[in-house]
Structures are given as structure tokens and as C-alpha cells.
Ligand binder design. Structure first.
Ligand code: FEO
Length: 387
């Protein structure tokens, strides 16, 4: 397999995981790529490696440019194994290569994963000369691991951004100029929503730290890299890291005998009648990572569950558990659901929405058995009353 030249003497030498459909729970409908970059300078430098199992693909791409044994430096931007999994192999193939990692968290994390390899630590602001070019390291702790860092090459005006600005998206194209922009931005939003959402403050810090850099190319750790739409992706990160929401509703539910489903449809239509676009998600047939992507920048959230054995449906509990971990912000929410007797689920959902940090914008809506026309009319009126 061949390397892809991104700019003179800078090559993409990563791997494409076309068949991946689950990245630690995140559903990757378009697969994933593990991007690594080779810089040919006086010191030959590899930026990141690939997930374990894809080393041969990376090595064959490197070998299409140079002998991998000649690599002098391997920058490990992030300990997570989708980027560092190839380090043990590379340490054997290029035994003289120094592994550049952040101090102390990168070194600590890599040692815990792979033992004592040939590490050289760097701190925020350190620069490594590799010949004609220099590499400056910007630590981005908790974006999204303690060790995370990005690397800037001032001579080339390139930012090697690792997880930031990336997407889980497979393609033979490497740049934003070669592919449908809305699709890539949607995948970038999905990535931010499902992986970076808890770290808005850290993302703001990183954007601030990078604001003084002249960037002509962002070479990402996953998916498509940016050169034509850098302003667009930076503007998106500004908005996403500030948790900006739009007048839009997301209705999420599970149903046993369609009564909660009928309520969900009525709620969805009632939002639309108010001029608020709404998206309808049955938890039986939708992936949590897709729901969270839609919810992330939507103001309203309605969550419905019937009562089963005095509880909410397990699918609803799983959704709320996933959402809680992501620490969403700026959502107005309410609970609804149908029940036969007992009817505890709706109150439990409401409590969980409060615990997640949502503002309860409507008294919970509970209905016994099949909702009548009057009940549905009443629901429509209630949705109209939300402020
Ligand atoms: Fe792509 Fe956090 O690893």
C-alpha cells in the first residue's frame, strides 16, 4: 500500500478500518481511520501510529517512501491505543527512534501500556528541531485524555491535531476539498458529541492556545484532514465547545404496546406545529451515538418510557446513563409515558433528567393505557406552552 503525499515531504501513512462498526460503544457507520504522518527531513519523524492489528498496513505505506528503520522520532500525541497500538512494533522496526511523549502523563500512560520504551518527554511549548522544520508541542490535557497533545510545524503551517477536529469516517480521500462538506461536518459533530462533549472547557482552552498560530493545514488523527474549510471546522468547535443549542427538539422513547409511541409522535408533531423542527428516535431501532449527535445542539429533549416491573425500560435507562456521562448542557427537557398500573417510569425519567442537568420545562406527562384523542390534544397544548 502507498503513502499519500499531503504536502511536499509529508505523507499520510495511516490505516483504514473500513469494517469497524463499534468504537468502544460509539457506532461507526462509516468505519474509522487511524491517521499517522511521516515527515521526511534531516530527522525522519512519524507522527502517531495506528491501532494494533494495522501495523503492516502502516509499514507498507511507510516503506513506499523510506526504509522504516530510518525513523528517528515517533511523536505519540495520545496514549489511547487507536494511536499508540503500533508503538511496540515500531520500536522493533526502528530501534533507534525516540518516542516523543508529554510529561508526565504521556510517559506514565505509555509505560503502563507498553513498558519502558525509548521515551523522550516534552512539555507545553517545547520545540524539537528535525532539520529544516521544527515541531512545537501544545499540550491539550483532557482533550480528551490527561496526556493529549497536538504538534505544530511553523515552517509548514501544519497542525497535527490527533483526536481534535477528526471524525470516524472512512474514505480513500484525505482532504476536505475532495469530499462532501456537510457529511464531514456531521461526522465531526458526531465525534465531538460522543467523545469530546464533557470537555468543552478544555476545547475552549485549546482553541485559545491555538489562536495565535498560522494554520494552513490540520492533519487529523481520524478521518478527513482540513485545508479548505479550516475556518468552518474552527467555527464549529467554537460553537460546540460553548454548548450552543438551536431551536430544535429531540424526542427519544421506547414503547411496549405503542401507547408511549403515539405520545412521542404527538409531541414531535406538536413541536413542528410550533415551528420547532423535531427528530423522532425509537430506542429499539436507533443508535445512542446518533441520537446524542442530534441532541447535542438541540434545545429541547423529550424522553418517554412505559413502566415495566416498576422501572423505566432498560433501553431508556441506557440512553440516560450514556447521556449523563457526556454531561450535556443547555437542554430543556421533560418526561412522558404510558403505563398500565403503578406508572413509576415517568417520574424516574424526570429525576434522571434533573440529575443530568437538564432544566425541566414541562410537568411530566403520564397516561394510563392507550391515550385518547383528548389526552393527545392536551399534550399538543402542553407543548405549545413550553417557554
Ligand atoms: Fe483517537 Fe482518544 O483516541
Amino acid at each position: 500500500m502507498k503513502a499519500v503525499e499531503m504536502k511536499k515531504d509529508i505523507y499520510w501513512v495511516g490505516a483504514i478500518d473500513w469494517s469497524l462498526r463499534n468504537f468502544h460503544g460509539y457506532k461507526t457507520g462509516h468505519g474509522a481511520t487511524y491517521n499517522a504522518y511521516l515527515i521526511i527531513d534531516d530527522k525522519i519523524t512519524l507522527i502517531d501510529t495506528v491501532k494494533h492489528g494495522f501495523e503492516e498496513e502502516m509499514l507498507s505505506r511507510i516503506s513506499s517512501v523510506i526504509d522504516p528503520a530510518k525513523i528517528d522520532y515517533i511523536v505519540s500525541s495520545h496514549v489511547e491505543m487507536d494511536h499508540s497500538g503500533g508503538l511496540p512494533c515500531m520500536s522493533k522496526v526502528a530501534p533507534n527512534a525516540k518516542i516523543i511523549t508529554s510529561f508526565p502523563n504521556g510517559q506514565k500512560g505509555l509505560t503502563a501500556h507498553y513498558g519502558n520504551l525509548n521515551y523522550q518527554t516534552v512539555k507545553a511549548g517545547d520545540t524539537l528541531n528535525i532539520g529544516k522544520g521544527n515541531l512545537s508541542f501544545v499540550t491539550t490535557p483532557m482533550l480528551h485524555w490527561p496526556d493529549s497533545m497536538v504538534t505544530y510545524c511553523p515552517e509548514e503551517k501544519i497542525l497535527f491535531s490527533n483526536d481534535a477536529f477528526g471524525q470516524h469516517f472512512c474514505s480513500t480521500e484525505r482532504f476536505d476539498s475532495e469530499i462532501d462538506l456537510p457529511l464531514v461536518l456531521w461526522e465531526a459533530k458526531k465525534y465531538f458529541a460522543n467523545i469530546l462533549m464533557p470537555y468543552g472547557k478544555q476545547a475552549q482552552g485549546a482553541l485559545k492556545a491555538l489562536s495565535g498560530y498560522d494554520i494552513e493545514m490540520i492533519l487529523t488523527g481520524h478521518g478527513i484532514s482540513w485545508k479548505e474549510h479550516i475556518k468552518d471546522i474552527l467555527a464549529c468547535y467554537e460553537s460546540w465547545s460553548n454548548y450552543e443549542v438551536k431551536e430544535r427538539a429531540v424526542v427519544v422513547f421506547d414503547s411496549m404496546w405503542h401507547s408511549t409511541e403515539i405520545m412521542a409522535k404527538t409531541i414531535t408533531d406538536a413541536f413542528v406545529s410550533r415551528g420547532i423542527p423535531a427528530v423522532f428516535f425509537d430506542l429499539k431501532t436507533n443508535e445512542l451515538s446518533d441520537i446524542v449527535t442530534e441532541l447535542f445542539d438541540s434545545k429541547y429533549l423529550a424522553v418517554g418510557s412505559p413502566t415495566i416491573n416498576n422501572q423505566m425500560m432498560p433501553t431508556v435507562a441506557a440512553f440516560l446513563c450514556y447521556l449523563k456521562g457526556l454531561q450535556p448542557k443547555n437542554h430543556k427537557a421533560f418526561a412522558f409515558g404510558s403505563y398500565g398500573w403503578g406508572g413509576q417510569s415517568v417520574g424516574l425519567v424526570e429525576e434522571e433528567l434533573k440529575a443530568i442537568g437538564c432544566e425541566i420545562c414541562l410537568e411530566k406527562i403520564r397516561n394510563v393505557n392507550v391515550p385518547s384523542e383528548e389526552v393527545l390534544k392536551d399534550i399538543e397544548e402542553k407543548i405549545k406552552s413550553i417557554r
